[in-house]
Design a protein around this ligand. Structure first.
Ligand SMILES: Nc1ncnc2c1ncn2[C@@H]1O[C@H](COP(=O)(O)OP(=O)(O)O)[C@@H](O)[C@H]1O
Ligand SMILES: [Mg+2]
Length: 229
């Protein structure tokens, strides 16, 4: 479903060049829960951002459902991003003045769909992440784990082909982190394709497959034996 073909990324800072990714090729199948592991600076976020169309590779190509993420107009890329990809980040990026259900609705609100039409679906997603009772709460009234659940529900509002998560528990304690991983695993069991970046091997084990990056190159690719296609 996602094909990364010989992707490379070089950042230029003045005269200095950083090769963040080198020749990475990776096929991610529908229904997989892929963990991308590796030490800090190994290129994990760079790879995730390329997959999500947030950034372009210097060399190589990325395809989602056979459609290239390169050589297309910006507005088309924006549409693919909005319609096919859900993002979850370490810092939850919720809007403080909006309630949980409004935050979850936001991506569709920005597309011009009226809140009344989105609300039922947003409520349903909040229930799915265990926050049905918190729909009217603002972020400051929620714990860190609850905020990340809201962010996960928000990422699912457009029914994305793939959910991308970059260190989703980097800001949470270990108990809360486990709850988030369990939630992601249960979403995956219901069919959601997930790609998660983590530097924690225990976290990675919640996935169906673990790839490891080292200095920007793929160094390991382990299938955990669940029906990855
Ligand atoms: N926007 C950028 N400009 C310059 N260098 C960058 C940029 N983003 C990342 N890098 C560098 O690329 C390398 C990989 O970064 P990153 O993908 O963020 O690693 P990870 O997520 O595994 O910690 C690092 O050396 C980092 O400093
Ligand atoms: Mg990172």
């Amino acid at each position: 479903m996602i094909e990364v073909c010989n992707a490379g990324k070089t950042y230029r800072q003045g005269t200095r060049e950083v090769r963040a990714l080198r020749n990475v090729s990776l096929d991610i199948g529908r229904g997989e829960f892929l963990s991308i592991m590796g030490p800090s600076g190994s290129g994990k976020s760079t790879l995730l951002n390329l997959i999500g169309g947030l950034d372009q590779p210097t060399t190589g190509e990325i395809f989602i459902d056979g459609r290239p993420l390169h050589g297309i107009p910006d507005d088309e890329l924006t549409l693919i991003r909005r319609r096919s990809i859900g993002f979850v980040f370490q810092f939850f990026n919720l809007l403080p003045i909006l309630t949980a259900v409004e935050n979850v609705s936001l991506p569709l609100l920005l597309e011009g769909i009226p809140l009344a039409k989105i609300r039922p679906q947003a409520f349903q997603l909040l229930e799915r992440v265990g926050l049905g009772e918190r729909a009217g709460h603002r972020p400051e009234q929620l714990s860190g784990g609850e905020m990340q659940r809201v962010a996960i529900a928000r990422a699912l509002i457009n029914d994305p082909a793939v959910l991308l998560a970059d260190e989703p528990t980097g800001n949470l304690d270990s108990h809360t982190s486990e709850e988030i991983f369990t939630l992601l695993a249960s979403l995956n069991e219901k069919g959601q394709t997930i790609v998660m970046v983590t530097h924690d091997r225990r976290a990675a084990a919640y996935g169906t497959r673990i790839v490891t990056l080292k200095d920007g190159a793929l160094s390991e690719d382990i299938s955990l034996g669940v029906d990855a296609t």
